[in-house]
Design a binder for this molecule. Structure first.
Ligand code: ZN
Length: 85
């Protein structure tokens, strides 16, 4: 579900992050041995995080990316953010 305004650039950034992190899932770290194919925003762009900043991106595998807790202490979301992949 790529959004038109970042199609292309996102693919480039995504590949760079996966390469940087050696296709290793960064969410559960060494405990996760699943091949990372997703790139996760550490701080959601919907909450002010950078879309393309490498410091805000990490490689993740789909299971970790989709099941990680989205609520940080002290924060609440009423609606789920839309995924962009
Ligand atoms: Zn993982």
């Amino acid at each position: 579900m790529a959004q038109p305004w970042h199609r292309g650039k996102w693919q480039t950034v995504r590949k760079a992050i996966l390469k940087r992190d050696n296709h290793t899932c960064q969410i559960r770290g060494p405990q996760c041995t699943t091949h990372a194919t997703h790139v996760d925003h550490i701080l959601s762009p919907l909450r002010g995080g950078s879309w393309y900043g490498a410091h805000n991106l990490r490689a993740s595998c789909p299971p970790c990316n989709l099941t990680r807790p989205t609520h940080k202490p002290g924060t609440r979301r009423k609606t789920k953010p839309s995924r962009h992949w």
